[in-house]
Design a protein around this ligand. Sequence first.
Ligand code: XMP
Length: 512
Amino acid sequence: MEHQEIVIIVDFGGQYAQLIARRVRECGVYCEILPYVKSADEILAKNPKAIILSGGPSSVNAPDAPKIDNKIFEAGIPVLGICYGMQLICNELGGKVARPAKREYGHAMFYLDGENSLFDGLSKESAVWMSHGDSVVEMPKGFSLAGHTDLTPTAAVANEERKMYAVQFHPEVVHTEEGTALLKNFLFKIARCDGGWSMENYVDIAVQNIREQVDSDNVICALSGGVDSSVAAVLVHKAIGDQLTCVFVDHGFLRLGEAEQVVDTFTNKFNMKLVHVDASKHFMDLLSGVTEPEKKRKTIGAEFINAFQREANKLSNVKFLVQGTLYPDVVESGTATAATIKSHHNVGGLPKDMKFKLIEPLRELFKDEVRQLGRELGLPEEVINRQPFPGPGLAIRIIGDITPERLDILRKADFIVRDVIKQSGLYNDIWQSFAVLPAAIRSVGVQGDERTYDYTVGIRAVTSSDGMTADYFRFPWEVLDEMSRRICNEVKGVNRVVYDITSKPPSTIEWE
Ligand code: XMP
């Protein structure tokens, strides 16, 4: 997509670059991340208004330290180095970096020394977040000291003439009090960006692009009810209306009320062409007697694709497939290890080799931008804030054989878990929360005067930033108590409720 202005963030590994990119975009400036191995020519070909060098885990003095093509320093483009980026600038331009006796991690007070445009209007003293092993001990020629902390004498430097700035702390993290103000100074006062990147503007640009790409052909989209596919579908529909057909393959393992909500939202609210394939009975037959989780996943995944393909074959002139791919999935990282793609997690997705060209209207967006875009497009909050949900759905949350009775129990228990969490106001603090049914466990209980021999329901709730690692959520006891009481009272067949207090690792988020 053509953008009016762009800032490039050069990624030196770790997880810093994406956070910087999100902050820059929050300031209303479009930016992209490129790995440090790109040549200066490739970076400059993007015609960036400014370049930000990210932090990273290495030491500039290490023999294999990541470096950048120094031609970018000669291009007259404003540069901001952050943490490793600062050390690199100073080292490359003739300064010195060393490992101090005492390293500085976490909160620190930053004291401004001298004046320069990066700190224009900022406080003389403010809290910053430090996280580094090395520090600059000698500034390069032409640079002057901009500030220090108690343990780091050279915590910020500037060369106003060359529009080059560097800070040892992390302005992108929330613990740096005036981090956003600093980034704004860099983007608007120094690099003279115009701003104007917003989801409101993005809608117009994207709609225009989709129209040009599709022309008079037809488009198909697999809708799951998840945030990404929903936002992508509504955006494409806004661009091309009835040239888009959405196919919702309902395998019958969705949560309570979810299938109805998908149909209602897209047909009634958005007037979209939606084919609702109610294949629940068929899927249930296929899974009868299947207990092994991988087999469940494979069976569901394969049949999902068949069902989708059958519907696609019924439509004429379909050339394009909409996919809700997001920016974090396409960004080339500064290190090999940061780009970890979970192959087993695309169950419920479509294979790459389908005979369609792809439309990926969210390819440039971060998840929080997708949510904003969804709001802009009028999607209901329930869809926008929907927690991640595995493609095979409740089928993998029943441990053991899936039966209609067990599905019904799990669905009701799961609804209560979510309902109590929503009512307690905790929903947005939690990455994922749900119920699981370890169907092999039956145990004795007593309800009324009767002995029971019933199922146990497990509650799982975790916080996470990307699903790769997770911590179990610390509920107030009253909330757990409410869930437990309601599940035993309202869901026939359950006489025991347990809460999972393991993090990931060693567990996974799902039980399966
Ligand atoms: P685990 O259980 O491996 O899950 O810790 C990590 C995250 O991935 C989600 N998940 C899936 N998402 N299709 C998906 O789209 C899948 O097949 C799938 N399986 C797991 C899981 O819910 C969690 O958010």
